[in-house]
Design a protein around this ligand. Structure first.
Ligand SMILES: [Zn+2]
Ligand SMILES: [Zn+2]
Length: 280
């Protein structure tokens, strides 16, 4: 039995609807999956429903944008209570900031005589957590760029004229937020960040696990993080980070995490939930 614990849908920057993603998961024979859209839990109810119909175990999750020592990090939260008021309030602030960032990017494009409207981006994104990929898609849709690559290269990449830095909470705050919602906090794709020096500080802040298996981790990278997980007594997770068709081919099914890791994650979440209910 296998799981994929890192998946995106249309509720952030993926292209699949929850139903499409679940039918793909079914094709690949997954026993369990976690939805980890960026800075939102909006897609969880529909994904849960689709999973139930397909006989797949659903794990509610999110991927929070955070930073530690000036480095952008993504913190995955698993088994979170998606109705937790503190979580929803923080996520709401995040989404507001994301929407303002879209407006700022569009304003910069307009100053460059690129006539894109923010409303066109919001209409295309049709979710509460819009991001740069949506601006890129809107530029292509409006015929202002020939491809997503061109949109990023000319305007949206860091150090390009329409780039606007993303607001990030501290990694410690992200971990605390996930714990307060009864969830387990996991560092996403450490091999992409190449900032292993931040890991001890995050362990100190209560980090529960590390994503050892990821589409962009080589076998050697996965082995390095398995060793780190062992050293710091962290749980091991893995997932494809599938964004549907937006990054070429769909990645779901390319990373298959043995189910025993899901059981350990669930046991930790039960501990976290017990702790979250006793604390004031
Ligand atoms: Zn990420
Ligand atoms: Zn992701």
């Amino acid at each position: 039995m296998f799981a994929d614990l890192h998946l995106h849908t249309q509720f952030s920057d993926g292209t699949y609807s929850p139903e499409e993603m679940v039918s793909q998961a079914r094709l690949h024979g997954l026993a369990a999956l976690a939805l980890t859209d960026h800075d939102t839990v909006e897609g969880c109810p529909r994904t849960a429903q689709a999973c139930e119909a397909a006989g797949i175990e659903f794990i509610p999750g999110t991927e929070l944008t955070a930073e530690q020592n000036g480095n952008e990090l993504h913190i995955l939260g698993y088994f979170i209570d998606i109705r937790n008021p503190g979580l929803l309030e923080e996520i709401g602030k995040f989404q507001h900031v994301r929407q303002n960032r879209i407006r700022e990017m569009v304003a910069r494009l307009n100053r460059l005589n690129v006539p894109l409207r923010a409303e066109a981006v919001f209409a295309l994104a049709n979710c509460r957590a819009p991001g740069r990929p949506h601006v890129a898609r809107a530029l292509v849709q409006a015929g202002l760029c020939a491809s997503l690559d061109e949109a990023f290269e000319r305007f949206l990449k860091k150090n390009r004229p329409a780039f606007v830095p993303k607001f990030k909470m501290s990694a410690a705050d992200a971990i605390e937020l996930i714990h307060a919602a009864g969830g387990v906090a996991v560092m996403a794709h450490p091999g992409l960040n190449r900032t292993d020096e931040v890991i001890p500080g995050m362990v100190e802040a209560g980090l529960d696990g590390i994503e050892c298996f990821h589409t962009k981790h080589s076998t050697a990278t996965a082995a390095r993080y398995l060793e780190l997980a062992d050293r710091f007594h962290l749980l091991v997770t893995g997932g494809s980070d599938c964004h549907g068709l937006s990054k070429g081919r769909p990645l779901i099914g390319t990373v298959k995490l043995p189910y025993q890791h899901v059981e350990k994650l669930r046991a930790k979440a039960e501990e976290r939930k017990a702790a979250a209910t006793v604390s004031p």
